[in-house]
Ligand binder design. Structure first.
Ligand SMILES: N[C@@H](CCC[C@H](N)C(=O)O)C(=O)O
Length: 271
């Protein structure tokens, strides 16, 4: 089976081209593919499937009249399915271009959270229009050595974005955060962030289904929204362990930009 490997600010993915939706992608297979010793290694899997061949029932948000040709079937490293992956869309878009499956510098990618508009920037960065971001109040999480408080945000998938007083490097993210199960019945991604300069955040993330990763696009957007006055336009540079992304916010929604690259292609015997 052919595969590719790519990343967006070191949030890395195994990419599986499966245009006609023929692959039976089990949880076990995803775990093995993402295993950094026994497999290829990645924070998740991006299955590249034609929307018309995608067997799963699409969420209402994804059932748009004009359906994009290509659908991103995203899985976390533990095999679970997530509604949305911001860096995943950017890397998926890079793969579509790289493989000659789309042309031009503006196109759409289907996701479980609906069709996402993608734009290739003059410098090669890829920006995705994440659409409207929902803010749902506040909650807390117990980390290994501290309790953090933050804003409950949906970027298609659930987040708790928590501002911390000290450097994010000092936060212990070695254990899965304990969340309020009523606020987050399906779990959540937890971000810790701090403002380090006007318009600049630093952030780390513990992702649902993948553990601590070096970047998370939806998490970057969640932190930017949590750091901004409600409803106001703002632009943030967000520094993560794997690099930097930009978030533009306005009342219409959020746009996430940054690098996205394909680093390898080959054959795997794991499928
Ligand atoms: N890394 C992603 C988010 C992937 C999904 C997340 N772990 C979840 O379960 O919601 C991103 O770049 O947004």
């Amino acid at each position: 089976m052919r595969f590719a490997k790519g990343h967006g600010t070191e949030n890395d993915f195994v990419i599986l081209p499966d245009p006609e939706g023929e692959l039976d992608l089990t949880k076990e297979t995803v775990r093995l593919l993402c295993d950094r010793r026994a497999g290829i290694g990645g924070d998740g899997v991006l299955r590249v499937v034609r929307t018309r061949a995608f067997g799963e029932t699409l969420a209402p948000a994804a059932r748009t009249a004009e359906r994009p040709e290509w659908f991103m079937d995203y899985r976390n490293a533990d095999g679970s399915i997530a509604e949305m992956c911001g860096n995943g869309v950017r890397v998926f878009a890079r793969y579509l271009l790289h493989a000659g499956l789309v042309q031009g510098d503006r196109f759409e990618v289907g996701t479980r959270d609906g069709a996402k508009k993608v734009r290739v920037e003059a410098d090669g960065d890829i920006t995705v229009d994440m659409g409207f971001v929902e803010v749902h109040g506040t909650s807390s999480a117990k980390l290994a050595r501290q309790v953090v408080h933050g804003t409950q945000i949906s970027v298609g998938n659930p987040h708790l974005a928590c501002e911390v007083a000290g450097a994010v490097a000092d936060v212990d993210l070695t254990e899965p955060p304990a969340l309020d199960g009523e606020a987050f019945p399906a779990g959540a991604n937890v971000e810790v962030y701090r403002k380090v300069a006007p318009g600049v955040l630093e952030m780390r993330v513990y992702e649902r289904g993948s553990g601590e990763t070096r970047s998370c696009g939806t998490g970057i957007v969640a932190a930017a929204v949590a750091a901004s006055p409600a409803g106001e336009a703002a632009t943030w540079r967000v520094r993560v362990l794997g690099g930097e992304c930009t978030v533009d916010l306005d009342p219409e929604g959020a746009r996430l930009g940054g690098p996205a690259v394909i680093v390898a292609e080959g054959e795997t015997s794991l499928l």
